[in-house]
Design a protein around this ligand. Structure first.
Ligand code: 13P
Ligand code: SF4
Length: 306
């Protein structure tokens, strides 16, 4: 059987989307052809805010599992589809509920701030959730006398601790994609493009973020690139974002800090899997109600801060 062309797949997805009253939410790291199908594209915070406000019956989440789970936590009456169930974030799997409970026992009374890159079950064990866009704001509003456990990303946690001056107990998790970016990669790009500004994601190692002009979420990088006078920008994050940056800023030049910074799980979502998902209305991500209600407290607190 001959494979359908991208144009045929896109047409079919649009038809199915209307039939199902679905919205397609897409993370900034997705494949270019998937980004082109987005009703909305953004970072983790923007996508959860969009999920909270949509009137669609079905959310097709083109991202990784924890993002679809967060949409399910916020909108239990909607059907949330993740076109490929294997699209999981390895960092989210670096912390378990039992591991977190142990840590809480060691620090009774400490507030638990969990990165949104966690399972719903870990969110249910946490006090408040955050993303890379609002982590500093979230930690700033925790009273100074409270001890803070931050899970699971040691580098985002370290960045927030440095920005807020708060001492935090950090879980030793990390993003296997962002740690591939090395300081020498930034230095090499800087040597080749001395006028360029450098932006880096807070999941990068501190030796890398120390070399950046700005440390930003992916949504922050999109805004910075639009607004800056600089015509050349070195991008210290997963390389999928470069497609959107080039599309939205044709007059500017973007250089990936490292071509090695690829998140393979993000790339599992394809036009074929989106079409299949809308045809079959599967695979569905649904958080069990008992966990959802507890996790929602941490997510709602985050959304209140914005
Ligand atoms: P953003 O929220 O900045 O898009 O980051 C999500 C993520 O998974 C980074 O690796
Ligand atoms: Fe997870 Fe890293 Fe992929 Fe983001 S880039 S989804 S943190 S593995």
């Amino acid at each position: 059987m001959m494979a359908d062309s991208d144009a045929e797949l896109k047409e079919e997805i649009i038809r199915l989307k209307e039939k199902r009253n679905a919205i397609i939410l897409v993370h900034n790291y997705q494949l270019g052809e998937v980004q082109d199908m987005a009703d909305f594209i953004g970072d983790s915070l923007e996508l959860s805010q969009k999920a909270a406000g949509t009137k669609a019956d079905v959310i097709v989440f083109c991202g990784v599992h924890f993002m679809a789970e967060t949409a399910s936590i916020i909108c239990p009456d909607k059907k949330v589809l993740l076109p490929d169930m294997h699209a999981g974030c390895p960092m989210a799997n670096m912390i378990t509920v039992s591991g977190l409970r142990e840590k809480k026992k060691e620090h009774p009374g400490a507030k638990v701030v969990c990165y949104v890159n966690t399972t719903a079950a870990v969110k249910a064990e946490s006090d408040i959730c955050c993303t890379s866009a609002n982590g500093v704001r979230i930690v700033e509003q925790i009273p100074l006398n409270e001890e803070i456990i931050f899970v699971p990303d040691q580098y985002l946690g370290g960045h927030i601790a440095a920005k807020t001056g708060r001492k935090m107990i950090l879980w030793p998790g990390y993003c296997p994609t962002h740690i591939r970016i090395r300081p020498q990669d930034i230095a090499r790009q800087k040597a080749e493009h001395p006028q360029a500004k450098v932006v880096a994601h807070p999941e990068c190692r501190p030796e890398v973020t120390a070399l950046a002009d700005e440390v930003l979420s992916t949504g922050g990088m999109i805004r910075f690139s639009r607004e800056t006078e600089a015509e050349e920008i070195i991008i210290g994050t997963e390389i999928g974002i470069i497609y959107r940056l080039r599309k939205e800023n044709p007059g500017k030049r973007f250089f990936p800090a490292s071509e090695q910074a690829v998140c393979p799980r993000m790339k599992l979502i394809t036009l074929e899997s989106i079409r299949w998902s809308l045809q079959e209305m599967a695979p569905e991500v649904k958080v069990p109600e008992r966990i959802r209600l507890k996790a929602k407290i941490a997510v709602d607190k985050m959304l209140e801060v914005g």
